[in-house]
Every structure is written in structure tokens, then in C-alpha cells.
Design a protein around this ligand. Structure first.
Ligand SMILES: CC(=O)SCCNC(=O)CCNC(=O)[C@H](O)C(C)(C)COP(=O)(O)OP(=O)(O)OC[C@H]1O[C@@H](n2cnc3c(N)ncnc32)[C@H](O)[C@@H]1OP(=O)(O)O
Ligand SMILES: CC(C)C(=O)C(=O)O
Ligand SMILES: [Mg+2]
Length: 516
């Protein structure tokens, strides 16, 4: 692929994705996702905003020291102190990039930054020059470019390129643009900025009007060579452009886009599952590419067509994006090798034998309760077995719930709290409510339940239920997940998982979206 025909994929799941309220990740979770992104072969991984907190700086550092085949990027305001934080966090990266930004729209300059346009140009140029002490790979974003005045935008961009920015990223920060307009903006910038040929033009679109992917693709048609996107379209407010949709559109419609990416598309579904599991943002069944129904056919005429000739109703092959078929059936008689190999195919690589053994023990427990273990079950148990295992202060020992018609449900729970067994009992509006109250009699977290969702991981009455709870305490939001064939037990595990996260103040990477 020539440089011109390669579309650079810049993944910001770990930075903008983490800005979704409730999607905050620990350092270990960021490293796991970064490894999956590296296997996906994304060109650039934006790992976080190091100046945001010591936790996020540590997470960016850990990602920088782990990833070898992708560029690792850190975001920084156009301030020396933010750039220093990013530069230090990225010191161990094989290929570090500093991404600095400053808003250029009249509303942001006047009302938020309280700066004049001249001051903005000066500060943007200074930030780019200053960042070059750490790396030559500097990206600059004129924030809210989608609502900026074209002449001023051209002026800022020309100045930052002259100062050494190698990538200029045009964000539609508030998702206000429509495709024709946004493509037109990119075309105009490429034509009017005199030194445009000395930088890669990139786009970063938000989905407030559901147009993030369409706007990004319109920009590619107009000459943008990098797209910033996130797995499952995660991101601030309504999210960012979904990586899987951008990548599969350019791959499927090369007749239109005349470019391609380096992405190993078979890693898309495993990566999507991993991000959904860690963040607790489930994937809607009808989501393009990665939704459970994306390649499912139920109506007779479609089934008939697909059986006769697949392309009658399918424009992509499910296996090309990582959906697997004809796989080995895993059950209670399966061994460690089949387990490890199936997980490898799903993109999960164990860091140690100990991690493998923990997950395998949990697999056997589920296999005793369930006839067939599906990929989704495996991914759920991996999230459970590896996430925060070292930091579990509270563990579920036993749970008994009495629920009968006309009676108030009562839950008896025993928890292991820092090594000591403690019982709790409560009644409630339903079995789950009683269980949560019983847990609260022991942990006394004083939180408010903000979200409770149950998903059946696979079909059938012996399917595992995957529960996500979101708890809030004094402005801090955390997610917890739990999976079990019994949904009340899954709910208890999810609640306890969230409590464990609340109990570790220093753990979360991003204080804006999670713990302090
Ligand atoms: C469009 C985007 O996605 S931008 C990225 C958004 N992500 C985040 O904000 C997450 C991380 N943020 C944080 O942790 C915090 O906001 C911090 C650490 C960056 C700053 O915290 P604080 O110092 O307490 O400032 P606070 O958040 O209250 O306000 C932001 C300040 O940065 C200024 N600012 C905003 N953008 C920029 C910029 N690109 N360059 C320089 N200054 C900026 C604001 O004008 C404001 O300045 P003021 O305090 O003089 O009014
Ligand atoms: C920091 C920038 C690129 C951003 O996230 C936005 O403008 O949406
Ligand atoms: Mg953004």
C-alpha cells in the first residue's frame, strides 16, 4: 500500500472513549485494551491524557512501555505543564506522539478560553514547538474546528505546521457538521493552507447527530489521511466515529474510497467484546459489524437467498470481522490447551500461567452448570477472572434469596471482607433489591445505583446472565460487572465488583469519569 493510499487509523478508545461517563478504566484495563488494539494493527493508540491525574499518567506510561507495533499518543492542553506530563509518560514508547490542542471557534475562544484569536495562534505555536523537545511526532488539533471560521482556521493550521506539527487533526468536537459540509471543510483546508502538503490531515468526529462515521468518510473522500475513531463508537456524549464501521466501509467500498487500512479485521469482534466487557457498555444487537444480529438472518426469503448464494444478502463475510464458526465445542470435559487456544483465537493472550489457571478454574465452574460454553461466555469469564483480581477487598462467599408469590423477598449474604467473613440480611422490592441491600448492610458504601442492566450472554435457559451496575458516590461513577447462570448471583457479583472499584481511590485512570 502506498503512503497516499493508506488510511491511518488513530484509535482514541482509551482517551476520548474513556470520557464517556462511567467508562473509566484502570491502568491494567487500559493495557489489556492497548494489547488488543496492537493486535488489531491500529496505527496510533491514544492512551490517555497524562495531565488529568497521576493514575492516567501511569496508565499512559504502562501502555507506552507495553506496545511496540503502534505509535502511542498522549493528549495535552497547549500548556507546558501538560506537555511535560505527556512527554514523561511517553518516554518508554517505541514511537511516541504528543497530541496538543487549543480551541479555535469564536464561542470557545471567547467564552471558555477567554483568549483573543492572536493569543490562540501564539499559544498553539508555542505548544507545538515546546512539544518537539520530547518527540518529532506532534499532532495539533484546533478544537471545535467544525464551528471555527475558515480564514482563522487556515491561519492557525499554517502556523502550527510551520512550527513542526506533522499531523493536523480537524475535530467536529460537538458533532454539528453534516457530511457534505465537513468534506467541503477538509477540501478547502487542503487547498487553502499553503503548507498543507507538509502534514497529514486527520479528522475526529463526534456522533451528536449520528453522523460521526458519515462525516469521517466524507472527509476521507475529500483527502483526509487519518481518521480518529473508537471501538464500538465509545466516546464523549454520543461518542466518536466507530472504528469498525470506518474500517469496514473503506475495505468494502474501495471503488469509492480508493484507500485501505492496515487493520487485521479478524480482530474487530474480539476487540469490541473486550471493550464492552471492560467498560460495561453493552453492544446493541443491531449495531453494524459487531452487533449480535449483524450477520444473522431470520426471515425465510433472506435465509433462502443466503443458502443459495451468500452475497445475495451479505456484503461482508462474518469471519472477516472476527465472527467465528465451526469452532471446537468447549464444555466441562475440555482441557487447558483447547481453552487457551480458543481464547487465543478470540484475541485473549494470558500474561502468565497463573492468569490462565485462574480463568480455567472459573471456566470449569461454569462448565459444570452449563452444557456448552460459547465465546461470549469465555470473554465474560475472562473479564471477571482477570480484572481487579489483585484488588478484591470484598468477595462473595454465599448468597441465599427467598422469593415467593405474595411475600417480600429476603436475601442472606455472606461476604469475605479483607479476609473476615461477615453476614448480612435484608428484604427488598425484589430479589435483586434485597441482595443489594443485604450487601450494603455489610459494606455500607453509601452509593446510589445509577444503572442496572442484565444481558443474556448466550441463548437458552442455561445461558449466563451478564449484569452491569453503575454506582455513584459524591460525583464518582464506577461500573461493576458480574456473570453467572443465576442472574441474582450475577447481580451480587456486579455490585461487589463496583464496590471494590470504589474502595480503591488511586486505581482509576481518569478522575473525570471515574474515581478520584
Ligand atoms: C474536546 C476534548 O475532548 S478535550 C479533552 C477533555 N478531557 C478532559 O478534560 C479530561 C481531563 N481533564 C482534567 O482532568 C482536568 O480538566 C484538567 C486536569 C485537564 C484541568 O483541571 P483544572 O486545572 O482543574 O481546570 P478545569 O478543568 O477546571 O478548567 C480547564 C482549564 O483549562 C483551560 N483550557 C481548556 N482547554 C485548553 C487548552 N487546550 N489549552 C490550554 N488551556 C485550556 C480552560 O480555559 C480552563 O482554564 P481556567 O482554569 O484558567 O479557566
Ligand atoms: C481533543 C480533541 C481532538 C477532541 O477530542 C475533540 O475536539 O473532540
Ligand atoms: Mg473528542
Amino acid at each position: 500500500m502506498s503512503e497516499q493510499s493508506q488510511l491511518i487509523i488513530f484509535d482514541t478508545t482509551l482517551r476520548d472513549g474513556e470520557q464517556s461517563p462511567g467508562a473509566s478504566m484502570t491502568r491494567e484495563e487500559k493495557v489489556r485494551i492497548a494489547r488488543a488494539l496492537e493486535r488489531l494493527r491500529v496505527d496510533v493508540i491514544e492512551a490517555g491524557f497524562p495531565a488529568a491525574s497521576p493514575g492516567d499518567a501511569a496508565a499512559v506510561k504502562a501502555v507506552a512501555e507495553t506496545v511496540r507495533d503502534s505509535t502511542v499518543c498522549g493528549l495535552a492542553r497547549a500548556l507546558e505543564k501538560d506537555i511535560d506530563c505527556a512527554g514523561e509518560a511517553l518516554a518508554g514508547a517505541a514511537a511516541p506522539r504528543i497530541h496538543t490542542f487549543l480551541a479555535t471557534s469564536p464561542i470557545h475562544m471567547e467564552k471558555k478560553l477567554r483568549m483573543t484569536p492572536d493569543q490562540v495562534v501564539t499559544q498553539a505555536v508555542h505548544a507545538v514547538r515546546y512539544a518537539r523537545r520530547y518527540t518529532d511526532d506532534i499532532e495539533f488539533s484546533p478544537e471545535d474546528a467544525g464551528r471555527s471560521e475558515l480564514d482563522f482556521l487556515c491561519r492557525v493550521i499554517e502556523a502550527v505546521i510551520a512550527a513542526g506539527a506533522r499531523t493536523v487533526n480537524i475535530p467536529d468536537t460537538v458533532g454539528y457538521n453534516v457530511p457534505e459540509q465537513f468534506g467541503g471543510l477538509i477540501g478547502a483546508l487542503l487547498e487553502r493552507v499553503p503548507n498543507a502538503d507538509q502534514a497529514v490531515f486527520s479528522v475526529h468526529c463526534h456522533n451528536d447527530l449520528g453522523l460521526a462515521v458519515a462525516n469521517s468518510l466524507a472527509a476521507v473522500r475529500a483527502g483526509a489521511r487519518q481518521v480518529e475513531c473508537t471501538i464500538n463508537g465509545l466516546g464523549e456524549r454520543a461518542g466518536n466515529a466507530a472504528l469498525e464501521e470506518v474500517v469496514m466501509t473503506v475495505r468494502t467500498r474501495q471503488d469509492i474510497f480508493h484507500c485501505d487500512t492496515r487493520i487485521d479485521t479478524t480482530q474487530i469482534v474480539p476487540c469490541s467484546r473486550l471493550v464492552a466487557g471492560i467498560t460495561g457498555f453493552p453492544i446493541q444487537p443491531n449495531k453494524a459489524i459487531v452487533g449480535a444480529n449483524a450477520f444473522a438472518h431470520e426471515s425465510g426469503i433472506h435465509q433462502d437467498g443466503v443458502l443459495k448464494h451468500r452475497e445475495t444478502y451479505e456484503i461482508m463475510r462474518a469471519e472477516d470481522v472476527g465472527w467465528t464458526k465451526n469452532r471446537m465445542v468447549l464444555g466441562k470435559l475440555s482441557g487447558r490447551n483447547a481453552f487457551r487456544s480458543r481464547l487465543q483465537e478470540l484475541g485473549v493472550v494470558f500474561a502468565s500461567e497463573e492468569e490462565l489457571n485462574g480463568a480455567f478454574a472459573r471456566f470449569k465452574e461454569i462448565a459444570d452448570k452449563k452444557h456448552e460454553i460459547f465465546d461470549e461466555d469465555l470473554l465474560a469469564l475472562i473479564s471477571e477472572a482477570t480484572v481487579d483480581a489483585a484488588n478484591e477487598h470484598v468477595k462473595l462467599v454465599s448468597l441465599r434469596v427467598c422469593s415467593e408469590t405474595g411475600e417480600t423477598p429476603v436475601a442472606d449474604v455472606v461476604l469475605l471482607v479483607d479476609g473476615e467473613e461477615r453476614p448480612g440480611r435484608a428484604d427488598g422490592g425484589g430479589p435483586v433489591d434485597a441482595t443489594f441491600r443485604a450487601i450494603e448492610t455489610i459494606v455500607g458504601s453509601g452509593t446510589t445505583l445509577r444503572l442496572y442492566s442484565v444481558n443474556s450472554i448466550t441463548s437458552g435457559t442455561d445461558a449466563q446472565g451478564e449484569v452491569t451496575v453503575r454506582l455513584e458516590r459524591a460525583g464518582r461513577i464506577v461500573n461493576g460487572q458480574g456473570a453467572d447462570t443465576d442472574i441474582v448471583i450475577a447481580s451480587a457479583k456486579a455490585y461487589i465488583n463496583a464496590c471494590n472499584r470504589l474502595l480503591q481511590p488511586g486505581q482509576r485512570a481518569n478522575p473525570q469519569t471515574g474515581d478520584v
